[in-house]
Design a protein around this ligand. Sequence first.
Ligand SMILES: [Zn+2]
Length: 286
Amino acid sequence: MPELPEVEALAGYLRQRAVGRRVDRLEIAAISALKTYDPAPSAVAGRTVVDARRHGKFLDVVIEGDLHLVVHLARAGWLHYREAFPSSTPLRPGKGPIAVRVRLDDGSGFDLTEAGTQKKLAAYLVTDPATVPGVAKLGPDALAADLPTFVERLRSRRGQVKGVLTDQSVLSGVGNAYSDEILHTAKLSPFAITDRLTDAQFATLHAATRQVLGDAVQRSLGQRAAELKGEKRSGLKVHARTGLPCPVCGDTVREVSFADSSLQYCATCQTGGKPLADRRLSRLVR
Ligand SMILES: [Zn+2]
């Protein structure tokens, strides 16, 4: 799932490439992806793209006349910039991976696509991004939050730090992948309970959050759009590296179930060498 660094890179690319261009047409190929009906998609035709922003993991394409195309890419969604489209025929609603197409006045544009059969990509055409339900409840941006805000937000929710860090209403932008990386950099157990963390641990966690997200944003911005692949991240130390050596200490990266997915961690770096118990596994055994 694209997280803060990837969405930031997509917004950055659109700022370079799409801002200043007029929209020819907004085409909706997956009817279920568009969650709003007023304004209608035709409202953006002939208007100029004025900005591209990010709210947590939401991308916000700002169009002249206070129009916002707000997109949540969900698990398997992505944005593909096209220098040209093969045909000027409008997309027909169908089963393909393209959910939304935006055609610009220079013949270029972008497709919002979603792989797989689970269609969760959500697009909203609104006059105020705060009216998008997921945006309205976002906590402060994980990369922008200063230490006092960061501590206040994490202390406000008692729970395992992995879950609290990925709760978009606590802090926005961090998901499964970067929370694994942040906790590894901070040398914290993903199962540590937030209200038992010391001030020093919070300071370390805050610094790790900024470092991991900041580095990932820099790496993503350095890629060309064609190479911006949501699923292909570089520079990860533990996430999606089960069984491989930890680049810090050489221990084997382990995996344990978490929520409806799994997390990866290094026992030597994060849990005093003690492997975490897999609750899903112990439930099965019992
Ligand atoms: Zn390690």
